[in-house]
Design a protein around this ligand. Sequence first.
Ligand code: PPS
Length: 318
Amino acid sequence: MKRLKYKYHVTARLQSKVLKLIKGNMDGTTREAMSQVQGIPLPERVVKYWARVEHFQASKEDLLIATYPKAGTTWTQEVVDTILNEGNVEKCRRAPTQVRMPFLEMTSADGLNAGITKLEVMDPPRVIKTHLPIQLVPCSFWEAGCKVIYMARNPKDTVVSYYHFDRMNLNQPEPGTWQQYLEKFMTGQLGWGSWYDHVKGYWRERQNKKILYTFFEDMKEDPVREVTHIAQFLGKQLSKSAIDRIVQMTAFSAMRENPMANYSTIPDTIFDRTASEFMRKGEVGDWKNHFNAEEDATFEEHYCKLMADCPIPIRFTI
Ligand code: PPS
């Protein structure tokens, strides 16, 4: 059994390397550079097909789940789908996350397998994922008066999670060293731009638009309270036992084992699981294992400066 597993691993890695050489960059990787839309760094493929995103027609029953990358998007998606399906396990396992709730702006390099393409063949109400900062969200969402659930996560855990994700996601630019990566995060050079502008953008509009602003740390601290809150926002009356079931189904340990919620359907040629896992730790405070004292002090000073004009109750520990 052990030998078989090993053999599978070696074959998969070899296959991944060959594929990279055939399809990839000159250096043998498929890692892609960033381009920009209105000054926001986005993967080249997203920019190439941007017009389709910009002109996407949302319907008023659609729900948008918006986050900065690694803020707990998949968790929120699973919570929402489980609420809408009242904790029915079979219904929630009907397809992988990215098929049940397409990623609005994401596309394959050839433009064929795009979030938009999946959305076009789905009937509203659709649950749609985006990492776009608020100013890039297609106008049709606001014109139609769609509900939006925004989840924010403290930036230290976000950048740690993003760093490990970029190590394993072979479509993302090479992360470089942790120190270089942290610098890029603080200066808004990573994909989807500045974390600071992202969280502030949705915060400032939360009362003008139908935005439920949630926090990863709150969800971790009291999932029953937060799931109840989200259910109310979605207009779903659920029993206490249904809420408890939803909390169980969407716990980190349950989602990590759920092939329809843990991105295990993404091939090894894209997600190099020898580098890191998608469902990595799911904790608050893992940043303490990554930031040294000097990095923390510099980060804190920079954070206070950038967030002074918009005090959002972000917590770094619970
Ligand atoms: S992505 O690629 O931007 O859509 O990633 P995203 O889903 O936003 O974030 C991935 C991180 O969320 C963690 N995660 C969870 N934490 C707690 N509970 C649950 N159920 C859960 N599901 C996903 C996941 O482990 C990533 O965080 P890290 O810190 O890397 O573990």
